[in-house]
Design a protein. Structure first.
Length: 81
């Protein structure tokens, strides 16, 4: 299956693109996607634990199973004041 990944902030600059397509096995989870990204882009590993994954603008847990064609946003922590 293929999922679409949209990167924000520092991840976008590390990868060199805002949008990626990743081929993942059927039954892959958000955690699988995160591991796959760090395999392909090792520099992301230092940041991955602080980013959240959102699908349809809702934060998803690591065990959430992905569906073919879904759009996953990797969002940095947001500070307010």
């Amino acid at each position: 299956m293929t999922v679409h990944v949209r990167l924000f902030a520092g991840l976008r600059y590390i990868v060199g693109d805002r949008d990626l397509e990743l081929a993942l096995p059927a039954g892959a989870t958000v955690d699988t996607l995160r591991h796959r990204l760090t395999e392909e882009y090792p520099a992301l590993e230092a940041f991955m634990s602080t980013y959240v994954c959102a699908i349809d603008e809702e934060v998803q847990p690591p065990e959430r199973v992905l569906a073919d064609g879904e759009l996953v946003d990797l969002i940095p922590p947001i500070a307010g004041g």
